[in-house]
Design a protein around this ligand. Sequence first.
Ligand code: HEC
Length: 172
Amino acid sequence: MIATRCAPAALAVLAAIAVVTLAFADTLRASTSADRSNLDRGRYLVKIGGCNDCHTTGYTRAGGQVDEKEWLTGHAVGFRGPWGTTYPPNLRLYVRSMNEDQWVARAKRGESRPPMPWFSLRAMTEGDLRAMYRYIRALGAAGEPAPAYVPPTAEPQTPFILLAPQPAKAGG
Ligand code: HEC
């Protein structure tokens, strides 16, 4: 008698568990596909944003044909100009030094030395910046940190690209 009275209650509990389980599975599916489209968006933004041009060794010379595994690992050749010598940091390691909100805040307020187009980063929407952060995080840690900034008064200890107008050759 007790058993029969309990049965509907037990069934209701089982049904509730089933509903919760299905709802959970649904959320998981949705968040997985949302994650995937976020990563695709991040990859797209990195690609069209030109970030690889400087932050990936050899990218422009190879016409962009550099394995994604190598992307954004930084560049040890400096850009030398009146600002000193700057090195595109290894962004794969850089994103590990901050969380997503810090990345957004830095991009929105930060100002870097040339030739980093920090104003392009600042003009991005928050959604785009978050997608970019997640994509770079998902690439995983790789490579070495780029050399440290060298002030204008010091000689860089690495090869560098001189970013300063040179006089035209007379009679050329
Ligand atoms: C023309 C070369 C160039 C391009 C293109 C470029 N960067 Fe940079 N980036 C640099 C250099 C050089 C630095 C180091 C600047 C410094 O030392 O002040 C830098 C620094 C940074 C930093 C560190 C900023 C800080 O103050 O901590 C971030 C983040 C960054 N770049 C992200 C990007 C992203 C994302 C893109 C693509 C949208 C991009 N960069 C495109 C050259 C470039």
